[in-house]
Design a protein around this ligand. Structure first.
Ligand code: 7JQ
Ligand code: MG
Length: 214
């Protein structure tokens, strides 16, 4: 049987990137997606915006919803201060299998905890299982119909604090209308749209940055 797109992306990383060099892993995946096969990574254009927010927040604790092949996991983890960690949740076991290898190839496995399973089931267990009080930064990049319920779950589970930053991918394409309406109308959030493009294309997309006001 043939390989999958994530497996072909992993092969490209193993062949062309430099072990232990996160930037080479990022550049290799971007090149693969532009020249060989499009894949749903946040990409280089939106990735640069994400990088700037990660640096601004300089998070002690980070949550990523939706790992896929680990591209944004590597982007974020490479910027984290020593001793700080990123928890990333992935529902699809085949994606998780590839992501673990990409993250390890980048040499970032000590900074990343990849947890397999549905975000709605895992989020309520995070405090007790991983000793997290609150998240300083959350990157939402999973199924679009989970953005709003998972955000409400993070609130209810006391995983957000005054100043916690939510960064949401794909708020235009594929689009997350219920999530956008919520963070833009709720008095609990201060929300801002960063206009960009769908990864590796000219189609409009963007990131929504929402600061939790408590
Ligand atoms: O960044 C993304 C893009 C797309 C996507 C797929 C097909 C298409 F035509 C347009 C956009 C889907 C995603 C699912 N999960 C997380 N991120 C995604
Ligand atoms: Mg995305």
């Amino acid at each position: 049987t043939g390989s999958t797109r994530p497996q072909r992306l992993l092969k490209a990383v193993q062949k062309n990137a430099t072990k232990g060099d996160p930037q080479s892993v990022i550049s290799t995946i971007d090149h693969f997606c532009r020249r060989c096969e499009w894949a749903m990574n946040v990409g280089d254009e939106k990735g640069t915006i994400l990088d700037s927010v990660v640096c601004e927040v300089s998070p002690g604790s980070t949550l990523e919803l939706g790992t896929y092949c680990g591209y944004s996991t590597v982007r974020i983890a490479r910027l984290l201060a020593p001793g700080t960690k990123l928890i990333t949740l992935e529902f699809n076991p085949d994606f998780a299998k590839v992501a673990r290898q990409v993250i390890e190839f980048a040499g970032l496995q000590e900074k990343v905890l990849l947890v397999e399973g549905p975000s709605g089931d895992i989020i309520p267990k995070i405090k007790e299982q991983f000793g997290i009080t609150t998240f300083d930064l959350v990157f939402l990049d999973h199924w679009k119909d989970r953005y709003l319920p998972d955000t409400k779950l993070l609130e209810e589970c006391g995983l957000l604090r005054k100043g916690s930053v939510l960064m949401a991918d794909n708020v235009i394409c594929p689009g997350t209308p219920d999530y956008l309406a919520y963070v833009r109308s709720s008095p609990k959030y201060d929300s801002k749209y960063f206009k960009s493009h769908l990864e590796y294309t000219k189609v409009e997309d963007g990131l929504e940055k929402s600061v939790y006001l408590g």
